[in-house]
Design a protein. Structure first.
Lengths: 280, 184
């Protein structure tokens, strides 16, 4: 059995906190470049150009891309042949978040209780999703999530009779309601199937997929492309100030579901769709 | 149209702004978001003075990331304005003239904007590193215990924003979206 010490886990999380908040992944930068060339609105092009300037300043001057450095979301895929040593993995992840947000001058945006609302001062706790997988590695995906777009996300408990049209309407409704609030151009994560909580989790996971990577399934890939075309025809545009670039991508994940249901989760992310991966 | 404007704001200058104008603000503005608005409302309910005079002033809805040593402020982009809608008409009736944020406003806020000759502007959401370059000084003036949500006084130079709702109540989000909507 392979041993992985919790210190390695904390270190990886800390690094990803700082990295994701200062540097966007290549797929997101490429999406921004492409959009700037294709956008029809002059104001929209100006905004996209400013977003590129913003990325450059963030990287060079080491200022977070966005002041909302997010709530830390972690997908921890743990190989069942791994033995974690030196402590509890959850403490290790939170220690990484604590160090990353403190040492990286990132904003502490987490309150300990949703009703009392006292800031925890170190951006912990993280929201952690564990998956047991085959093998002897731990794969950590770190995706800090800002709440301008999180607040505009939705779960729709559709009926089987609503079908594909119902799914498309649900996604388009969520995007149109989000409009300028979600800092478009956005990435739209969609989870179809499972249960109430599973579709939301699929939608979140979909946001960690590269913006230029389409679904493997032919039918789902076509739905992603069609929805992106329709979203970009909505007129919302960069910053919600009108234009032809509203979504950089629509990423759909699916799962088996019940004979009576068709759950659809729509998790919207702004143009600062941050994600990084470390394999230990 | 590009317009340079001084803060605090002159009511007559604000009347000239039209939705879609790009403005560059120089002068003093204040920063407040969710928790600070809640506290200001509680202060008003108890007939206590607010930390700053609303009259002629502007509020930027923002919660910065921490400043590195030797820097004025960290990343400093706008937050979603609609979360402040519940508290806003009362502040507008007290003389608040400009709000800077991002996203839609409620019908009640729009009515209060028109009633008071105020303006709602959007800064570019998610451009906090870029926007921080237009902030030349930052000082916490109230509710320090709220951390990033404390009330700050900012000095800004050529801070860029776009007029979304002008003094007549016209809304750029609606107008511009209509302009680029296509049938597919």
């Amino acid at each position: 059995m392979k041993e992985i010490n919790v210190a390695q886990i904390s270190e990886a999380i800390k690094d990803m906190c700082i990295e994701t908040n200062h540097f966007l992944s290549a797929d997101m930068r490429a999406a921004l470049d492409r959009a700037e060339k294709e956008e029809e609105s002059p104001l929209g092009r100006q905004i996209l150009s400013k977003l590129k300037d913003n990325l450059q300043i963030a990287g060079e001057d080491h200022i977070p891309i966005c002041q909302d450095t997010g709530m830390a979301v972690v997908f921890a895929e743990i190989g069942q042949e791994v033995h974690v040593t030196g402590g509890w993995i959850e403490d290790a992840i939170n220690e990484g978040v604590r160090q990353g947000y403190t040492e990286g001058y990132l904003r502490k945006s987490v309150v300990s209780d949703p009703i009392v609302r006292k800031n925890t001062g170190d951006n912990t706790p993280a929201v952690i999703h564990y998956f047991m997988v085959p093998g002897d590695k731990i794969k950590l995906t770190f995706a800090p999530k800002g709440f301008g777009s999180e607040n505009m996300s939705r779960v729709f408990m559709l009926k089987p009779a609503d079908g594909v049209e119902g799914i498309k309407n649900a996604v388009l409704t969520a995007v149109k309601d989000a409009g300028p609030n979600a800092c478009p151009p956005m990435v739209v994560g969609v989870g179809i199937g499972g249960t109430f909580e599973k579709c939301a989790l699929l939608a979140k996971k979909a946001l960690t997929r590269a913006a230029d990577e389409r679904a493997a399934d032919h039918f789902i890939r076509e739905m992603e492309e069609e929805l992106q075309r329709k979203i970009n025809a909505s007129g919302i545009g960069p910053g919600g100030l009108g234009g032809t670039t509203t979504a950089f991508a629509v990423n759909i994940e699916t799962y088996a579901t019940h004979i009576a249901g068709l759950p659809v989760g729509v998790n919207i992310c702004c143009h600062v769709n941050r994600h990084a991966v470390r394999i230990l | 149209m590009d317009v340079n404007i001084k803060a605090p704001f002159d009511a007559e200058e604000l009347k000239k702004l039209k939705c879609g104008d790009m403005v560059y603000i120089s002068g003093t503005i204040y920063v407040a978001r969710d928790a600070a608005h809640k506290r200001m409302q509680e202060a008003l309910d108890k007939n206590e003075a607010l930390p700053m005079d609303m009259n002629g002033n502007g509020i930027y809805y923002m919660g910065p990331s921490p400043a590195r040593e030797g820097r004025v402020i960290g990343s400093a982009g706008p937050t979603t304005a609609s979360r402040m809608d519940k508290y806003t008409p009362r502040l507008l009736d007290l003389g608040l003239k400009v709000m800077i944020g991002k996203g839609k406003r409620s019908p009640e806020v729009k009515e209060a904007i028109v009633r008071n000759g105020a303006v709602y502007m959007a800064a570019i959401g998610g451009a906090g590193a870029l926007l921080s370059k237009s902030i030349t000084a930052s000082e916490v003036i109230a509710y320090e215990d709220l951390g990033t949500e404390a009330i700050r006084k900012l000095e800004v130079k050529d801070f860029p924003a776009i007029v979304v709702i002008d003094t007549t109540g016209e809304d750029l989000y609606i107008k511009a979206t209509e302009e680029y909507r296509k049938e597919v």
